[in-house]
Design a protein around this ligand. Sequence first.
Ligand code: TXD
Length: 314
Amino acid sequence: MPVCRRKVTVIGAGNVGATAAQRIAEAGVADVYLIDVVDGLPQGKALDLSEAAPLQHHDQMIYGTTDYADTTESDVIVVTAGMTRQPGQTRDDLLVKNAGIVRDVVGRAVHYSPEAILIIVTNPLDAMVHVAIEASGFPRERVIGMAGVLDSSRFRAFIAQDLGVSSSDVSAFVLGGHGDTMVPVPRFSTVAGIPLPELMRPERIEELVTRTRNGGAEVVALLKSGSAFYAPASSVLHMVDSILNDRKRVLACAVLLCGEYKLDGLVVGVPVILGAAGVERIIEVALTPDEQRALQASAGSVKGLVDTLQRAPV
Ligand code: TXD
């Protein structure tokens, strides 16, 4: 039987991109093409990663390139390309700058891989998914933002550490935009099936929710320069693996909502079934009025960014 090697392109060979490439190859999920605007960077990192393959016991190929033609017929394209905020730059400056980068790289990549599934990582995440949908012309099922998997993993890690239990037994349910406005739903978060409120005081849950919301900033404050990349790269691997192996995992992902959760035309994090076709179903659950309000507020902040982009010169 002919063997068909799966191909993942990772755009942006920085911290998240290179670590995601490493995770994907070492998990034996796919061959990886690492691409960046800086010549030598993707080639050097790919070479270094390939030289580790014999020791890591995998036979995936890892290539580095600056030429999109090399990425032809990728199954999945992960977009991590972007800038981090520079001194004197506002969030809106960064928004417009990264929107330009995401529009450009997505346009180039989908030209060579019109059937691919896009996973967007670049911040501000939810707004960048809007940009990628527009730039690719892909249906919403094939343009998916990575944020909820990371936010849920952070929440799970904090719950597990606090209770002294294995993080494998903890599952967490997180909705909404990435960062400050995310909406963790503790009543749907469980430890081996036991709802979290049965095991933890409400005040303690609230403290862990706040820590999760500030999870990215906590890492940035410690690192001084740069932001988190190990957990973000693992989150990318989980999404890629669920898609390429058609695992149909239920993961929190940023997707364009068309009426679900009473939201229309906005990208927001919700639980979805992720399989070979991308987002195969959005799982909708009934929210309490408070939860719905928090989700609405989160969606409102995404709308603010999208409106800013529409006003910005292209
Ligand atoms: O949960 C999440 N979604 C996030 C998002 C978690 C962690 C990081 N998050 C965001 O991902 C972060 O705010 C950034 O917007 C991206 C990438 O973060 P990373 O830490 O990997 O940034 P780096 O190390 O600066 O890498 C960015 C790379 C760098 O090598 C640039 O040369 C490259 O992007 N870059 C480009 N590559 C290709 N094409 C273009 N135009 C380009 N511009 C920059």
